[in-house]
Design a protein around this ligand. Structure first.
Ligand SMILES: [Zn+2]
Length: 234
């Protein structure tokens, strides 16, 4: 386990500043069997916060391996015939459909094991390709720079390299292109928060962090709803 002092010397995974400070330490109810054998040698999970961009980071010494991640994502309910799941995705799809033209082309980034958001756009006659680093790793889709929109539904909290990820996302959008992101923002009682206990959730963004991201990559930011952010490229 890295000590707080060692962690402070690491750069923030988003803004790269050396401004991480201890945020909280979890010592109980940690699902060690879902973490890699290396990680499971630890006895606690430390979280750090960047004083610059306010990102909260789970200690990178505690991580899943890719196979554990795959199994974890396959357990999620990804059935479009389930009204609850459909509603969960339409929170992103519906506001985007209002904002784009019928001939817009988009990308669902981090779609998971089943193409779902892409299918919901298709129902509306709109093309939305789907990419996922584990399940649909069509790298060519990431070489575009002219997407009209990108959706990230419960994806950014899994980013191991958020700076690079946001750099890539910004680069794939045309001017005025739209990026819609759903992710849960930290509550006051972080230690008891179910969301941070998910072994695949490793970085946590507050409203202030999204403000920092918008400023850094030249987006206009709008918070559409609880845990739902729209970034429009300037
Ligand atoms: Zn930072």
């Amino acid at each position: 386990m890295r000590t707080a002092r060692e962690m402070e010397k690491l750069n923030c995974l988003l803004c790269r500043r050396e401004s991480l400070t201890p945020f909280c330490t979890q010592t109980s109810n940690i699902p060690w069997h879902l973490y890699s054998p290396d990680s499971a040698r630890h006895t606690q999970v430390n979280f750090f916060q960047c004083q610059q961009c306010k990102l909260i980071i789970k200690d990178p010494a505690v991580r899943c391996n890719t196979e554990q991640e795959r199994r974890h994502y396959e357990k999620h309910n990804n059935d479009l015939s389930d009204p609850g799941y459909r509603e969960h995705l339409l929170r992103l799809v519906n506001p985007m459909v209002e904002l784009i033209k019928k001939d817009a082309v988009g990308l669902d980034y981090g779609c998971g094991p089943i193409i779902s958001i892409g299918a919901l756009f298709q129902e509306q006659g709109i093309r939305c390709d789907s990419y996922d680093p584990i399940f649909f790793a069509t790298e060519n889709l990431l070489k575009q720079s002219s997407y009209d929109f990108i959706t990230c539904c419960e994806v950014v909290e899994h980013f191991k390299a958020p700076e690079q990820e946001f750099e890539n996302l910004a680069g794939m959008l045309r001017p005025s292109g739209k990026l819609i992101i759903s992710t849960h923002t930290p509550p006051d009682f972080f230690e008891d928060w179910w969301y941070q206990r998910d072994p695949t959730h490793i970085v946590f963004y507050s409203d202030l962090t999204f403000g920092w991201i918008a400023h850094k990559w030249g987006f206009d930011l709008a918070k559409l709803d609880r845990n739902l952010f729209l970034l429009t490229k300037q």
